[in-house]
Design a protein. Sequence first.
Lengths: 111, 889
Amino acid sequence: VPVAKLDIPQGTLDLMILTILDREPLHGYGVSQRLTINSRGEFVINQGSLFPALYRLEADGTLKGEWRPTENNRRAKYYRLTAAGRRQLEQHRQRWSRVSLAVNGVLDGAS
Amino acid sequence: VTLLHRLLSVVRWIARRDRVERDLDEELRTFIEMAASDEIRDGRTPADARRRAALQLGGVEQAKERVRNDSRAAWIDHIVQDVRYASRTFRGAPLAALTIVSTVALGLGLITAVFTIFSALYLRLDAVERPEELFAVTRPTGPGATTTLVWTRTEYETLRRDSTAFSGVLAMVRGVEGRVDGRHVSGSLVSGNFFDVLGSRARLGRTLRLTDDEPPAGQPVIVLSDRGWQKLFARDPTAVGGSLRINGRPYAIVGIMPEDFRGLSRVAPDFWAPLSLSDDVHQGATAKSRSGEMFVDNVVGRLKPGLSAEAAASALTAWASANAASGMLRTIGGYPASVRLRPSQGDVGGALTLFTPIFVAFGLILVIGCVNVANLLLARGVSRQREIGVRLAMGAPRSRIVRQLLTESLLLSLVAAAGGFVVSRLILESAFYFAMAEMPPQVSEGVNLVPPLADWRVAVFLVTGAVVSTVFFALVPALRATSLQLIQTIRGEVTQYARPSRVRHALIAAQVSASVLFLICAAVFLRGAFAATRTDLGLRTSDTVTIPIISESTRAAVISEVSTHPSVASFAATSPSAGQVALAAVESITDGGAWQTPSRPGVGYQSVSSEFFRVLGIDALKGRTFAPAERSVDAGVAVVSFRLARRLWPEGEAVGQAMRVRVDVPGTTRSAARTFSVIGVVETVESPAGPFVFNGADLYLPIGLENAGVSLVLQVHGDPEVARRALLRRLTEIDPALGPISTLQTATRMTAYLLRMAFWVTVVLGGLALALTASGLFSVLSYLVAQRAKEIGVRLALGATPRNVVTFVLWQSLAPVGFGVVLGGALAGTLAIYLLLTVGARIKNMIHVYDPVAYGVSGLVTVTACVIATAIPAWRAARIDPIETLRQA
């Protein structure tokens, strides 16, 4: 029986992409793989949203893309965080922890 | 993300667009390959692996489209793409594009022509300083009264001296008429501070000063408007310092005003002269109070800064009460003096209520045109379903395609706006030319109608109009065209028939009713115009010229010139001048013997010489008219009109009776009662309906040529207009200040002229409305027949006769047409009721608003045009070959 996967909560895709790319530069497919693995298979990214997000973040100057050969000797576009991207990630993170703290607080109070 | 970032990202996107496209393409390919090789590792066949990889991405092209749409700069790309796409579409279907452009251009052009006039009259601000401070000072004749008490010069001077509310108060008399070398000019008489209070400077020379206007007689100086400068001097700068002879008197030209200064009038006069020159410039014709004081029709004050209009009005009312008590200000009927302030700069709201019906009438053509275009686009939407379906399937969001379709329409509309400008100029130029050319010559020499120039407001109006029209005609078709079922569409199955909907029927009915309404109005005006030229007024108008005599000193010379002038056949003296009457009271009459008092004593009378009745062709019905020897009231004889005879002696014989009448004593302000015996009854003279009022007298008393203050009526040989000009040339040499010489023909022709102009406007609008309606019917019906060929073929195959098919197709449109005709007639009837209730008295002699012929003919013309427009598609439908159609299916 296939278990329904979770939708990525609104507004958190950017945060997750930035977190993943903060560790190491990756190409688009790598980002989507890592997202699935790190979320223990719970999140499956709608690939239709991944590339628009990557291009938008690149256009904003948050990410920088470079063409590099992969370990299998293919050419792929690797994305890495710029200095501005790192600052943004920090902001995103702080906001997220406040939101999740607040949500958890409400949920705990309710139980 | 800051605004700067956004801007930078837009710039980057544009700069690197091509590279981004290449990157995206390669990156997505890499993605598929990587995902596919993972799938192969999991044990799938290569083909299956690639398919799953592409599925994971949600389609390569779709993913690209989403990246493109997601970009912040996408809209710039979209516009460029849409415009390119649109121009390809237009090249593919030039006829449709041309139809849309020309229809919208025509509609926009018509309404823009109206707007150009409206804008020139009401939206252009007069070049005066801080116009919001200027207020017209009026004195209502009663609480809430709309009539006001006119200011005398002295009252104005008192206000100017005393007023603490105003920083300055000016006075003005508009519409002063005169002649310069036989050409008609109009001017305004203004107080010496006029230009100072308005804060307007001359463009050349100077404006008027207080010293120019010192009573009793001002300096003979004038300031020309740009209009007058153009008209009289063709903008020659040396005109300043020169002089101008108005009515034979010289005036020094001291200055010329800039073009945008109109001096608080809608249209600038030709010149401004000091108020104190009234008697000279105005040929003594200015209305005066009983004490011989001059009236000024406009008093305008500039409020002191910071003072509210309400506070000023109450201060002025207190001032007025005090002065009324001391006798400095006149009052009426015991109503306490009060002062009201009205913003003197144009009342755009009031103007709008006047122009709204005109805007609606002209706008209807645009609306009808837009309905046609909307129908056309709906039809084209169906034929473009496949193209649109493919784009939707390729990942274009619906909003993107709607925008594409709207961009196409907007482009066409903007082209149409440019065309509309050309159309509006053509309409204005030709309409003004036509209006001037058709005008009775005596009137046209006094007016100078020039089509107003377009300004930036017209451009804004056109572009706004284009956008609004686009939304009106393109939005619904675009939404309809993009709500598709994809699979069927790509298979090539057309999913929407443009079935005759209620909406479409309602639109046809509305179009038809507008056409009928216009055509009924046109027919009513045309028949009114014909009737106006044929109406019997009880006197001959074809060869009559009237001359008012103003100057006593030249009266004898004028009469002697007239009596020897070759174009004059005969002439008579009247007082007052022909077309005007004085009022007398009939105190008592005899009816067979005893004196009695009539129930209605008031009667209009005219003193005329013995030739009068022959000159004007007023026939005696009973008795006789005056003999040459009867030259004054002392003769004790009177002639009455048939109308008065019926009123005073309903049963009896008027001739031979006596009447006691109180009449003015010539040369004095007194009146005296005199007894006359009635010697004849003549035809009643009726006034022609329309702008020229020609009052026929009911009582005629004798007078001689030698009497002071008489005017002349002339019977002339040949064309009265030629005679009028010859006389004008000759007589103004004798008396340059001679008043207007006119032909009686003008009075009757002016009515016919106005009705003819109204006819042309409405018949052109009606014709266009009908043409658009019929062509819309034709094209939609043709399209429907083509779309439903299969259905019709099946019907024919199942035994329907061609006759059934024709009936079926005709019924599709003729039902709403019939409804539209009835509705249009009902609208015309409602309009007629409204007009009769509001301005009925003024129009009921000019036009018959319930003219059955007008209603019948208009309905018939409309129905015929619609039947012809529908008959051709119906005939085509009947000729559908069922075998052929079924085989295609």
